[in-house]
Design a protein around this ligand. Structure first.
Ligand code: NDP
Length: 454
């Protein structure tokens, strides 16, 4: 029967949502992992829980017109996917990138439902964004766009309804402009967005949380084999928010980060990226908004390799190392990359990015029995700390750095434990993909059963 539910859902989404390959990929991973749960719980099948889960509760798309610095009118498309609110208000980031479309955001919103459930906090799942490209735009243009985007989004969100955060292309600057516009339109100062500045309702550790969390998750996985991160050689992709704080935490724990990248290419630093070099990356990316190549111009120990998509694999994943932290984007590790990682001795993969490994790559990781932490578990520290920001906003209090970091550590530990327990219960010990999907699914499914057919 588990086979038939997998095929049934596959035909439903293929017929109803053509042209959304990323959404199909994310949905099928979950459906395949949780099919045995449905088999054990026929009442869930009868209640069509899965059929309901793959259909967003609400999808909002809207026009975002704005005027650039030369006085030209620009038109972008805005989205918010309100996927599932069974266990709390919709929660999930906003992505500004030219590759954004409905299928990409639906995959992200779908993943978010299970991830948020795993955090132990009461948050439903959502995601949104726009095909706006912040690259090369002036600060004024970014502000104009964010204001135009929020001038429609504001009517759909709210502190108890839907609480967006950042994602690719949306960091502290963009959250600030959007929050300003929301506050002006609603005449309300509420915790409607997370990732806010520390002076106006933000939480300490939120900027660090996704990267730190992915490293804590790797630490937990390593501990199951009696090992630590100390001295481990690590491959990190990207150089954005998640990558920067992954590198920072790796350094704090005595590991050796060797690589960083952007969409043009990557650097391999044979001496490792140390604290000073990380400070250089942070200034380069967050202040000067420059390109990774400049790192190799400055540091002789580094080699810069430009992206060459005709190769069919990413050489960043083809160095001798122990651990890998993909922190850029979906499907950045293909089958060949996965083979290269395994061949080079990498035995820990903790995904900071969302769905960075293709299904073929995931199969190689799970068959190789290495420690593979899928994004929905390994990068859940970001949204978990957003949940802590919401709690602080509701309490009208702010917690210390140490307090938030300790809660984040505890949450990552408990996510790891839930994955371990669920994978054992379903006869696949050590398989974090099965563990994360089943553990995340159960809570949402039980809530949906309690709420009746809505
Ligand atoms: P940022 O915008 O801060 O950084 C994105 C980084 O990824 C940049 O270095 C960017 O390079 C690179 N990148 C983006 N798209 C591509 C691409 N198509 N090919 C190659 N490189 C690319 O985003 P975040 O660090 O916030 O997000 C990174 C990943 O982590 C995403 O998958 C996101 O969904 C996930 N994530 C983020 C969370 C958060 O709290 N921010 C929470 C959980 C997951 P360039 O500048 O050249 O585009």
């Amino acid at each position: 029967m588990s086979h038939s539910i997998v095929n049934e859902i596959k035909s439903i989404i293929e017929a109803r949502d053509p042209g959304q390959p990323e959404f199909h990929q994310a949905a099928m991973e979950v459906v395949e992992a949780i099919a045995p749960v449905i088999e054990k719980n026929p009442e869930m099948r009868k209640a069509r829980i899965l059929e309901r889960m793959v259909e967003p509760e609400r999808v909002i798309t809207f026009r975002v017109p704005w005027v650039d610095d030369r006085g030209n009118v620009q038109v972008n498309r805005g989205f918010r996917i309100e996927m599932n609110s069974a266990i709390g208000p919709y929660k999930g980031g906003l992505r500004f990138h030219p590759s954004v479309n409905l299928g990409v955001l639906k995959f992200l919103a779908f993943e978010q439902v299970f991830k948020n459930s795993l955090t132990t906090l009461p948050m439903g799942g959502g995601k949104g964004g726009s095909d706006f490209d912040p690259k090369g735009k002036t600060d004024n243009e970014v502000m104009k766009f964010c204001q135009a985007f929020m001038s429609e989004l504001f009517r759909h969100i709210g502190a108890d309804t839907d609480v967006p955060a950042g994602d690719i292309g949306v960091g502290g600057r963009e959250i600030g402009y959007m929050f300003g516009m929301y506050k002006k339109l609603k005449n309300e100062f509420t915790g409607v967005l997370t990732g806010k500045g520390i002076d106006w309702g933000g939480s300490l550790i939120r900027p660090e949380a996704t990267g730190y969390g992915a490293v804590y998750f790797a630490q937990e996985m390593l501990a199951t084999r009696g090992q630590s991160l100390s001295g481990k050689r690590c491959l990190v992709s990207a150089s954005g928010n998640v990558a920067q704080y992954t590198i920072e935490k790796l350094l704090q724990l005595g590991a050796i980060p060797l690589t960083a990248s952007d969409s043009d290419g990557y650097i391999y630093d044979e001496q490792g990226i140390d604290r000073d070099k990380l400070a250089f990356i942070m200034d380069l990316k967050n202040v000067r908004r420059g390109r990774m190549k400049e790192y190799a111009d400055k540091y002789r120990s580094a080699t810069y390799i430009a992206i060459d998509s005709s190769k069919g694999f990413n050489p960043l994943w083809n160095h001798k190392a122990d651990c890998a932290f993909p922190s850029a984007t979906q499907n950045e590790i293909n089958e060949k990359d996965a083979q290269n990682l395994v061949k080079n001795g990498v035995f820990v993969i903790s995904e900071g990015a969302n769905m960075p490994s293709t299904p073929e790559a995931v199969r190689i990781f799970t068959d190789s029995k290495l420690l593979y932490g899928p994004g929905k578990a390994a990068n859940a520290g970001g949204v978990a700390t957003s949940g802590l920001e919401m709690s602080q906003n509701s309490l009208r209090m702010s917690w210390s750095r140490e307090e938030v970091d300790n809660k984040l550590k505890w949450i990552m530990k408990s996510i790891h434990q839930s994955c371990v327990d669920a994978s054992k219960e379903y006869g696949q010990p050590g398989n974090y993909v099965i563990g994360a999907n089943i553990a995340g699914f159960m809570k949402v499914a039980r809530a949906m059963m309690s709420h009746g057919v809505v």
